[in-house]
Design a protein around this ligand. Structure first.
Ligand SMILES: [Zn+2]
Length: 461
């Protein structure tokens, strides 16, 4: 009988790692880093509850760091197997892992210099060399093709929406009547979202591992096009600056897509969009490369044109032009990473712009507990950035319609085509209250047996 164990994304949205063990193979689905609150981040430094050297393969659902960010560490701890992912996931993972390595190295050097460490030298979780070794192990696999990992285990990806290249993973263990099918939802996207495609319904399965980021919440029914049109028209009248902390992958491209669309349809006048994130710039190139995997209609465009570029978009790769943005006067939009305001170039923009009542900070995604983004959402009048207090004078706005995650209603809709109930649904990837709410919905409305696993729990299937 196969065994499944949960080594992250239990009671939290980060650190996704699910280990599947059969007679002849050990497969890790996702290899994510814990993020957010300190007690979670410290888990990245613990010795894993499994032996990385004994894992044969890793399957990555998508390129977000909370699903791939532990991979370099897995390699440095002895993992020598193959890493399967879709081609866009591999391209996005490469930029994302290098960016995270750089950030970790800069942070470690800063803490060593400032003596913010109990050790003689602060260390990064992984460096660029580790990231490179991890990327070299990746093998591209398209959607809907079964790949045999061993005599006993095969898998295929199916589109999950969410971000470019994201997939749910159907794994079958065993053969004939002894066959067990497990479907890992990955992160499930939304329906009719700007830029991303709709998620494909899950296949019939014996066991389902289902995310629950919004297991107890419904997204506000706002129209992101209208919200941005109003915001930008106001900024043009007031000559003010809109600061958007945005995930470099997916969210930045969605917002550029919406703004370019609004300009094209003359719902707003042209406005300068400054992208201050080298990673977001590289991710945008990758989005343009895989245009058939999202909603960009290339029939409307010239061959060398991409809806995510254009004469209003200004790219800032080096630090000098990034710093020059501190003096930028409105009307203008500055978009910078990271999305949850836990690090990256957005931090210096926040120090510079948060105290200014003329500035609007627009929050466009999920903010985990303990992040500056969550504090701003909760109405903080002051936040600490690099251990310094920063007053919050700027207007804080939230745009709901861009979330990359299905809410519970959309998750139930996504699961509707499953006519045979799975033997058990493992609810993961949610803060505990959200996972409990999702389990409640499935138990009440579908009478499905649900279980919320705890960290490192192992279960026989
Ligand atoms: Zn994700």
């Amino acid at each position: 009988m196969p065994l499944i164990s949960f080594h992250g994304a239990t009671g939290t949205v980060t650190g996704s790692k699910y280990l599947l063990e059969s007679e002849d193979s050990r497969v890790l689905v996702d290899c994510g880093m814990f993020q957010g609150a300190r007690e979670l981040r410290l888990l990245n430094w613990d010795k894993p509850a499994f032996n990385p050297a004994r894992i044969d393969s890793v399957i990555l659902t998508h390129a977000h760091i909370d699903h791939i960010g532990y991979l370099p560490r897995l390699v440095s701890q002895g993992f020598r197997g193959r890493v399967f992912a879709t081609p866009p996931t591999i391209d996005l993972a490469a930029i994302s892992l290098f960016d995270t390595a750089h950030m970790q190295m800069e942070d470690a050097a800063y803490r060593t210099r400032k003596k913010y460490t109990r050790h003689e030298k602060a260390l990064p979780l992984f460096d660029t060399g580790d990231a490179e070794l991890a990327i070299k192990r990746m093998l591209p696999v398209g959607f809907d093709k079964f790949i045999a990992i061993s005599d006993n285990i095969r898998f295929r990806f199916q589109p999950a929406g969410h971000i470019l290249g994201a997939g749910g993973v159907e794994v079958t263990a065993g053969n004939g009547s002894g066959k067990t099918t497990i479907f890992f939802s990955g992160d499930v996207g939304r329906y009719g979202n700007p830029l991303t495609i709709d998620p494909t319904p899950p296949p019939e399965c014996d066991y389902l591992v289902c995310e629950s980021t919004y297991g107890g919440r419904l997204h506000e029914p706002d129209d992101p096009y209208q919200v941005f049109a109003d915001l930008i028209n106001d900024a043009i009248t007031d000559k003010s600056v809109i600061l958007i902390p945005a995930f470099a992958i997916s969210r930045t491209q969605q917002i550029i897509y919406i703004i370019n669309d609004l300009i094209r349809h003359k719902r707003i006048p042209p406005i300068a969009i400054h992208i201050d994130s080298p990673m977001a710039i590289s991710a945008t190139d990758i989005y343009c490369k895989y245009h058939s995997l999202h909603r960009i209609d290339i029939r409307e465009l010239a061959p060398d044109q991409c809806m995510l570029e254009g004469r209003n978009v200004f790219l800032h790769k080096d630090q000098n032009t990034s710093k020059a943005l501190n003096k930028l006067k409105g009307p203008a939009i500055i978009m910078s990473a990271g999305g949850m305001m836990t690090g990256g170039r957005i931090m210096h923009h926040l120090i510079n712009r948060l105290p200014d009542p003329a500035c609007t900070v627009v929050i466009t995604g999920f903010m985990a507990e303990g992040t500056i983004g969550r504090k701003l959402l909760d109405g903080a009048k002051e936040v600490y950035i690099h251990k310094q207090p920063v007053a919050v004078g700027a207007k804080i706005m939230i745009v709901h319609g861009l979330s990359g995650h299905a809410d519970y209603f959309e998750l139930l809709h996504w699961l509707e085509p499953l006519t045979t109930p799975p033997r058990r649904v493992f609810i993961t990837h949610g803060e505990l209250s959200q996972s409990e709410a999702m389990a409640g919905h499935l138990q009440q409305e579908r009478k499905w047996e649900c279980y919320i696993p705890s960290l490192n729990e192992k279960i026989e299937l």
